[in-house]
Design a protein around this ligand. Structure first.
Ligand SMILES: [Ca+2]
Ligand SMILES: [Ca+2]
Length: 226
């Protein structure tokens, strides 16, 4: 190999050949992140390992570590564990449980650091925080009141409103409402809008008090006739 190199370079000045050799040696040692574009990842709100696509690897190892910096302000709740220095394979992990309701994504820059100290170009890691169902739905108020005219059918007597503080539609959306007190002359739709199903008579009762459930919490409803 040395013979071929020497014969190919025979016509060049010695200084030029030396310079080419040094440049070739240095460039071969600079690590390169094995990624085309950005890394895309996700991690549970509970913490643990980040699922990265593509997995974290680098060329021109051995790689002794990775340097991560936050594109936004604040401390980085992630750290890198080396798995294989030769391939640069490594795992990105959350240092602590995360809070999707406060911060649902992170954007980091990452550089591979070779064991020679050389650093790769910066890459970008986008991490989405996966929601965990921590919160129950809650009513905005504990008791709702409405009033209708005797004998009327009213499509929207009152609107009930519950909230769920989880950050994702899967765990944070109110799916339905249900009247839990049996035999009530009312119905409630998926948006929480209450209507009566038959005309009501003040002779029977001037008030109806009953409960409505959304998944787990009950609110008391009072409907008065006038
Ligand atoms: Ca929830
Ligand atoms: Ca949550």
């Amino acid at each position: 190999m040395a013979g071929i190199f020497s014969s190919q370079m025979a016509g060049y000045p010695k200084l030029f050949v030396l310079l080419c050799t040094v440049i070739a040696f240095v460039s071969a040692k600079v690590p390169v992140l094995d990624v085309d574009g950005d890394y895309e990842g996700s991690v549970s709100e509970k913490g643990g390992s980040v699922d990265l696509n593509p997995p974290l690897k680098s060329l021109h190892g051995p790689i002794c570590g990775y340097r991560i910096t936050n594109k936004r302000h604040g401390r980085i709740p992630f750290e890198v564990f080396m798995i294989d220095e030769l391939t640069g394979e490594a795992e990105l992990r959350a240092r602590r449980p995360l809070d999707c309701e406060t911060e649902d994504s992170y954007s980091l820059t990452i550089q591979a650091v070779a064991c020679t100290g050389e650093q790769s170009e910066r890459g970008t890691v986008n991490i989405a925080v996966r929601d965990v169902n921590e919160y129950m739905p809650e009513w905005r108020v504990e008791e709702y009141s409405g009033e209708i005219q005797e004998g009327d059918i009213v499509d929207a007597i009152i609107s009930l409103d519950a909230v769920d503080r989880d950050c994702s539609p899967t765990f944070g959306r109110i799916c339905s409402y249900r009247i839990s007190t049996p035999d009530q002359p009312f119905t409630i739709n998926e948006k929480g809008v209450l209507r009566n199903t038959v005309p009501l008579s003040a002779q029977e009762s001037r008030n109806h008090v009953f409960s409505v459930w959304q998944r787990t919490a009950a609110a008391r409803i009072r409907v008065r006739y006038s």
